[in-house]
Design a protein around this ligand. Structure first.
Ligand code: HSE
Length: 315
């Protein structure tokens, strides 16, 4: 027997979902970090139809109907929660740059799942965080962005037969993320297609060791981050498809900064402070961001929707 048909709460439910950076160098498809840059969404149950409003990033490009990713994730969650409402009105204010390797699709998926849980009476109990993560990862295809988006902090995610699982840790206060975002978009499917079917054993061994070290470095000993973020599994293979990204990572690392490709790129993430006199070159928007430690939460979350530039230049 499936779950009992749900009742829905009246009025708006709101969620704030953080940007995320996946891989962090050697932790391909496993490690992720939640960043204090957010997409905001609200939803309420209506008598029929699906209406979506979008402002900020993606406005004018994203669909405004049931094919919007937030709504698709809501429907997937409602189906697990026992049933869909007659209609939905959804509003999104997006601040996370899209298709840049900063987890915008994971933020949409996690937002949708959290909104659905919030709109169903007792939804947080009917679908706990573990089930929400499994659903989010099954929609996204891998867990390394959805885990930090849902849980906050630094996450280690993996997949078992039953689905995705993750643990979260608080990074050391000295971990100071900076993102460098280019104007051009990147496409995860293309970046994944650039990867070889097999890698040399020595490269796999180095990356496994560095990923293990990274868990220690990011939570306890940030001075080890430069060594700990070394990777031989994916970044060099993807370099021909994003040469400017690879050049920036190389230049930052040569300057002693623990820099990596953010997710599948093309943004760059630095985990240690960037020297004041470092110049990333033309075309990069640089922003220092805090680490988000709460993840995408609905209840008791009050926030002010920000105004001003979507991604202000900080230096
Ligand atoms: N681990 C993923 C990749 C993150 O690098 O392809 C991007 O979705």
């Amino acid at each position: 027997m499936g779950p009992v048909t749900p009742s829905f709460v009246p009025g708006d439910v709101r969620v704030r979902a953080p940007a995320t950076s996946a891989n962090l160098g050697p932790g391909f498809d496993a490690l992720g970090l939640a960043l204090a840059l957010y997409d905001y969404a609200s939803a309420r149950v209506t008598e029929g139809g699906v209406v979506v409003e979008v402002s900020g990033e993606g406005a004018g490009d994203l669909p405004l109907d049931a094919s919007h990713l937030v709504v698709r994730a809501m429907f997937a969650a409602f189906d697990e929660l026992g049933g869909r409402p007659p209609g939905l009105a959804v509003s999104c204010v997006n601040r996370i740059p899209q298709a840049r390797g900063l987890g915008s699709s994971s933020a949409a998926i996690v937002s949708g799942i959290q909104l659905a849980r919030g709109l169903v009476v007792d939804g947080q109990r009917r679908m706990d965080d573990a089930a929400a993560l499994r659903l989010a990862a099954s929609i996204e295809g891998h867990p390394d962005n959805v885990a930090p988006c849902l849980l906050g902090g630094f996450t280690i995610a993996w997949t078992e037969e039953s689905g995705a699982i993750a643990v979260t840790r608080r990074p050391d206060d000295a971990v100071q993320p900076t993102v460098f975002v280019p104007a051009d978009r990147g496409f995860t499917a293309e970046a994944r297609a650039a990867l070889p079917a097999a890698v040399p054993h020595a490269d796999a061994a180095l990356s496994a060791g560095r990923a293990a070290l990274l868990v220690h470095a990011i939570t306890e000993e940030p001075s080890l981050l430069l060594s700990a973020t070394e990777d031989r599994l994916h970044q060099a293979y993807r370099a021909p498809g994003m040469p400017e990204t690879f050049s920036l990572v190389t230049a930052l690392r040569a300057a002693g900064v623990a820099a990596v490709v953010s997710g599948a790129g093309p943004s760059v993430l630095a985990l240690s402070p960037v020297p004041e006199d470092f110049a990333p070159g033309m075309g990069w928007v640089e922003q220092r961001l805090g680490v988000d430690v709460t993840g995408a939460r609905v209840e008791g979350v009050h926030w002010d929707t920000p105004s001003g530039p979507l991604l202000p230049q900080v230096r």
